[in-house]
Write a protein that binds this ligand. Structure first.
Ligand code: FES
Length: 106
């Protein structure tokens, strides 16, 4: 299991224990995290799993595919340089302690 820390807009943090190979979106939805919707089920088609990844982990994530970049144009909250879709982040051991912030809305 890999520990991933989610911080909501009010500053509250929650640590999820994520199974390797699971996406961050799947883990958050399964845990009932408010602020991650995952409407399309992880197909990079809805942008309701938008997160801001802490800069310390930017090198640990794969380069976003074109489909993810296109969908990040449609986020409900502002897109920042560290915006990613949680459904495209497959958790592995290198993500231990990954810190992500949730946007104001999805
Ligand atoms: S769950 Fe739809 S884009 Fe991530």
């Amino acid at each position: 299991m890999v520990n991933v820390i989610l911080i909501d807009v009010s500053g509250l943090s929650r640590t999820l224990q994520v199974t390797e190979g699971q996406s961050l979106m799947q883990a958050a939805v399964s845990a009932g995290v408010h602020g991650i919707v995952g409407e399309c089920g992880g197909s990079a088609m809805c942008a309701t799993c938008h997160v801001y990844v802490d800069g310390a982990f930017s090198d640990q994530l794969p380069t976003p595919l074109e489909t993810e970049l296109e969908m990040l144009e449609c986020t409900a909250s502002e897109r920042l340089t560290n915006s990613r879709l949680a459904c495209q982040i497959k958790i592995s051991a290198v993500h231990e302690g990954l810190l992500v912030r949730l946007p104001e809305r999805q």
